[in-house]
Design a protein around this ligand. Structure first.
Ligand SMILES: Cc1ncc(COP(=O)(O)O)c(C=O)c1O
Length: 413
């Protein structure tokens, strides 16, 4: 995403140095052009029914861009639902998922007439029926099924095994069918699944498609006419050279094998795949030290800015901007947070770096800013969107003083 022109770093036609003049590090920077390319390519392969997983990057500028590309939104909380509406998504393009939707969440979703509420338990279906009856409405719903398939990803982002908390077990389909006959205000028109994130194993997709096709047929045979089959997101992104290659076209082949003879409308909920590679995290070196023979570069972004390395052992490649010599050194790049897990990467080779130099943490457009926190009482990161030779700040965080003021000390102290 970063290109060097006369040894100066550019994103699209914008000089990174120009952005640095007005934005304090650390900040996230997204390329609009990259996002558009990825969305268009995905639509070309998988069709038009793409619902961007808002949890991966919920900035309203990004949501507005997604919406302008004519894709929908997949939300997993009331907040994400409100954010998507505020960014201009038509309710008919919003799907509401989530294993824990409260009565208030569901009431709001019913009132807004969104496209589909995907339920994740029999209890939720019953609750939805009572709320729809109360509001005297007929509500289109889907059920998120748990196909009991191991996507081969790490446990922390696996969602499709029967012991995971998500979805309704596939062997409960009979119970769902029976329950629906008591739910006169609900119209079950869709099934969905999402077996996890960072899935590169084509067999896992294949097996999921087979289970979902069988499930849709089972509902349809019982007289419940399933129109939509939502096959989730989870498409793999290659974060570094050790990660496996993943070609979305290979999924398409499996998809055709499984569904070409049926009339179900297929849809997908990718997040990471659409935006991860369109984002970078720009950070400054604020300290350099040697401990136990290790060359530490301490940067101003930490696990509070990008939690993926600390939380999932994710390895994001890091690139230097300043190349003063050809001589490289072995570095460990760490954040400023008082936690030993606040390390971005160990043992990478960079040219000799000094305090004040800038580093780029790559492929951070997804699950970056959305998972950031004020841990250690540090400000949230700024976000910037690049469009050709223009750029705009799309999130300007509060000063940390605001965060400090938000605490309320009770009168007895
Ligand atoms: C229900 C649901 N759909 C879609 C996604 C998007 O996943 P990814 O960003 O890996 O495509 C997630 C994220 O885990 C999810 O929970």
């Amino acid at each position: 995403m970063l290109e060097f022109k006369n040894q100066l770093p550019f994103i699209e036609n914008t000089s990174l140095q120009e952005v640095i003049k007005v934005c304090e590090t650390p900040f996230y920077l997204y390329s609009q052009d990259k996002i558009i390319q990825k969305v268009e390519m995905t639509k070309k392969v998988l069709g038009e029914n793409i619902f961007f997983s808002v949890k991966s990057n919920s900035n309203q500028a990004i949501l507005k861009l997604m919406q302008s590309l004519n894709i929908g939104a997949d939300v997993v909380s009331l907040g994400e639902l409100k954010r998507s509406l505020s960014a201009g998504f038509d309710p008919s393009k919003i799907i509401f998922e989530g294993v824990g939707k409260s009565k208030d969440d569901l009431t709001f979703a019913i009132q807004k007439n969104i496209r589909l509420i995907n339920t994740e338990s029999l209890e939720e279906i019953k609750l939805l029926q009572s709320l729809a009856l109360e509001q005297n409405k007929y509500v289109d719903i889907g059920v998120r099924l748990n196909p009991n398939i191991d996507g081969g990803t790490i446990n922390k982002i696996s969602t499709g095994k029967k012991t995971d908390k998500f979805g309704i077990e596939i062997n409960e389909i009979e119970n769902i069918i029976n329950l629906m006959s008591d739910c006169k205000n609900l119209n079950l028109i869709g099934i969905s699944c999402h077996i996890g994130s960072q899935i590169s194993n084509i067999n896992a997709y294949k097996n999921t498609f087979i289970e979902m096709k069988k499930s849709a047929d089972k509902f349809s045979l019982s007289g419940i006419n399933i129109k939509h089959v939502d096959l989730g997101g989870g498409f793999h992104v290659r974060y570094n050279k050790n990660d496996p290659e993943f070609k979305i076209e290979n999924i398409k082949n499996e998809l055709d094998d499984c569904f070409s003879k049926s009339n179900y409308e297929l849809s997908f909920e990718p997040g990471r795949y659409l935006i991860a590679e369109a984002g970078i995290l720009v950070t400054s070196i604020i300290n350099a030290k040697q401990n136990g023979g290790i060359n530490y570069l301490i940067v101003d972004a930490g696990m509070n800015t990008l939690v993926r390395p600390a939380m999932y052992n994710a390895y994001h490649e890091i690139e230097e901007i300043t190349k003063k010599t050809d001589e490289t050194m072995n570095y460990t790049v760490a954040g400023p947070i008082c936690e030993s897990s606040d390390i971005f990467v160990k043992n990478i080779h960079l040219t000799k770096q000094s305090i004040g130099d800038i580093l780029i943490i790559k492929n951070t457009g997804a699950y970056g800013k959305v998972m950031s926190s004020t841990y250690n009482t540090r400000a949230l990161p700024t976000e910037v969107l690049i469009n050709g030779e223009n750029f705009a700040i799309i999130y300007a965080p509060d000063k940390i003083e605001k965060n400090i003021e938000e605490d309320i000390i009770p009168s007895w102290l």
